[in-house]
Design a protein around this ligand. Structure first.
Ligand code: ADP
Length: 457
């Protein structure tokens, strides 16, 4: 732990250092807690919904992406507007340890874990090392970033093919390559390196054993400042496109109960031992024989937190704020009950006919689904113009029901109700998924979309 001392104080006003649906989500949590909100927005976001929902909103002129990254400016604004705390959502500054530290040093509560934990888990190799020390299974791999191709190849030979290359200083599936045999290594290393360099400024990669047909299972953790750590169950996020999540499910309808229990126990124990606080998600791959391996930890609110909220009834964003202001968790592990199943669908403005390239422009018609068990976290409305600078996710549809069969039926009904016109979206893909026999049976691995896509059209 560094010397940085964090503190607690009553949170009466929060600056939201983010945009889009997650800014709205945080504003909603604050309103229910009677906390005032300050939004920031770029020129491109002047007509966004969250700007109108906040109590105060300030334009950050200039570059549309830097508006959400320039933390000196953002913390200054928080001070000027007399905010007690900052919530940074996901993406942008949410996993930047320097930003979190700067908030604390300027007297602003950073709603999240200690900056040291953000730094530790932000370095995937250091995180794996730490988790291995704590008794969590990890995959064999390199323990440092590699830029030298000969060195990389030697490590791959030692691990044994297939291996996966990942950007050492990045994420979001960028710079990832699966190398099935030695002869492909050089070409794939070069393309991973170049892609990582293009996106993250550094091309270094790390190498890991590739797991065939895994399921991506993650555990939601919540911890207060007094050593109380609980889990809120698992999410199955296996349904991905290009290593990016598309559909997320709480609870896993098929994972063996003993494996679930072991995942919960391992995750809670590890977080207790590191002294983690606030919320976090530990991501694992589960192989065909039900062995699980830690791959990474996210030290922030996740996009897919909605499904955990639906099955537990716990408002994760409100809990984050309460923990940050020094409250004890108001419940024990045995008080948390998981009821039913929830599925989240990421509705993306992307064109299935152009290999899912992001689509921009005006939404000419918009109708969001409703009715029992349906939740929509959206960033758009009729006549909203999607700007070209940001992530393509325009809405999250989350549905809940008591049984798996019911939730699938409800998902089908809600997806059919959803109308977005003017820009192409991935809604046709989502509708095809909920009609697929294997999905209905709960049979999916991280290769699901890749394998199914050709049969969907
Ligand atoms: P990112 O930070 O870029 O999202 P992750 O390490 O979380 O990267 O992995 C994202 C996805 O990539 C996983 O959910 C999984 O589908 C795939 N993946 C990552 N590591 C492996 C591995 N060792 N074997 C098989 N698939 C993997």
């Amino acid at each position: 732990m560094s010397k940085l001392k964090t503190f607690t104080k009553e949170i009466k006003k929060v600056l939201i250092a983010n945009r889009g649906e997650i800014a709205t989500r945080i504003i909603r949590a604050c309103k229910e807690l009677d906390i005032k909100t300050v939004a920031i927005y770029s020129e491109a976001d002047a007509k966004s919904i969250y700007v109108k929902k906040a109590d105060e909103a300030y334009l950050i002129p200039g570059d549309p992406i830097q508006a959400y990254l320039n933390y000196f400016r953002i913390v200054d604004l928080a001070k000027q507007t007399k905010c007690d705390a900052i919530h940074s959502g996901y993406g942008f500054l949410s996993e930047n340890p320097e930003f979190a530290e700067y908030c604390w040093k300027q007297g602003i509560v950073f709603i999240g874990p200690h900056p040291d934990h953000i730094a530790l888990f932000g370095d995937k190799m250091a995180a794996k090392k730490k988790m291995r020390e704590l008794g969590v299974p990890v995959l064999p791999g390199s323990d440092e970033p590699i830029s030298d191709i000969k060195k990389a190849k030697k490590i791959a030979d030692e691990i044994g093919y297939p291996v996966i290359l990942k950007a050492a200083f990045g994420g979001g599936g960028r710079g990832m390559r699966i190398v099935r045999e030695e002869s492909e290594f050089e070409d794939l290393f070069k393309s991973a390196f170049n892609e990582a360099k293009k996106f993250f400024g550094r091309g270094d990669v790390f190498i890991e054993k590739y797991v065939e047909n895994p399921r991506h299972i993650e555990i939601q953790i919540m911890a207060d400042k007094y050593g109380n750590v609980v889990h809120l169950g698992e999410r199955d996020c296996s349904i991905q496109r290009r290593h990016q999540k598309v559909v997320e499910i709480a609870r896993s309808p098929t994972l063996n109960e003993d494996v679930k229990r072991e995942l919960y126990r391992t995750s809670v124990k590890a977080m207790f031992k590191v002294g983690y606080e606030n919320v976090g998600t530990i991501e694992y791959l589960v192989d065909e024989k039900d062995n699980f391996y830690f791959i990474e930890m996210n030290t922030r609110l996740q996009v897919e937190h909605t499904v955990t909220e639906m099955v537990t009834g716990i408002d994760i964003v409100q809990q984050m704020i309460k923990i940050a202001q020094g409250e004890k968790l108001g419940f024990l592990q045995e008080d948390i009950t998981m009821r039913g199943y929830a599925i989240e669908f990421r509705v993306n403005a992307e064109d299935p006919k152009r290999n899912f390239a992001p689509s921009v422009g005006a939404i000419t018609s918009y109708h969001s689904p409703g009715g029992p068990g349906v939740r929509v976290d959206a960033a758009v409305y009729k006549d909203y113009v999607i700007p070209p600078y940001y992530d393509s996710m325009i809405a999250k549809l989350s549905v809940w029901a008591l049984t798996w069969d019911q939730v699938v039926n409800r998902a089908r009904r809600a997806l059919d109700e959803f109308i977005v016109r003017g820009v192409p979206t991935n809604l046709p893909l989502l509708r095809a998924i909920v009609r697929d026999e294997d999905f209905i049976k709960g049979k999916f691995t991280t290769r699901y979309i890749e394998e199914k896509l050709p049969t969907f059209n």
